[in-house]
Ligand binder design. Structure first.
Ligand SMILES: [Zn+2]
Length: 130
């Protein structure tokens, strides 16, 4: 079978337990792309920005982001359904991150803001917007 993340061919022995279930990713990618949810909080004058992400210190290309985004959609829906203390909860990607300085000032007055993403984004460079 061809791994959906690394495009390498891999073999998995067929046993009764996986007879009707075909693995989509190889064992190495299962280990490498194991999701570890983390939260980082950035206090600012109006409240707190909470950044919830699944992967840190890992390079993920566009195809892998698409696959992992679909794979973890239930996680993000669960987080959004928890009704944490955030007034606003956003899912951001590279494009949203790159335009942070353009949209964040409009959300700032809401106080508690939650940002979800697949990968960790560094907001230290945006401290002058907080
Ligand atoms: Zn793989």
């Amino acid at each position: 079978m061809k791994c959906q993340l690394c495009d390498n061919w891999f073999y998995q022995e067929t046993i009764f337990g996986n007879l009707f279930e075909f693995p989509q990713i190889c064992a190495e990618c299962q280990r490498k792309f194991k999701a570890e949810p983390k939260i980082e909080s950035y206090p600012f004058s109006y409240g707190v920005l909470d950044h919830i992400y699944l992967y840190s210190d890992i390079q993920i290309n566009a195809k892998q982001k698409h696959y992992l985004g679909e794979k973890h959609v239930e996680f993000f829906l669960m987080i959004s359904g928890k009704r944490l203390n955030q007034a606003i909860l956003l899912f951001i990607d590279d494009q949203m991150y790159n335009s942070f300085s353009e949209w964040f000032p409009f959300l700032k007055p809401f106080g508690s803001i939650g940002i979800m993403s697949l990968t960790r984004y560094d907001f230290d460079g945006f401290m002058n917007f907080f």
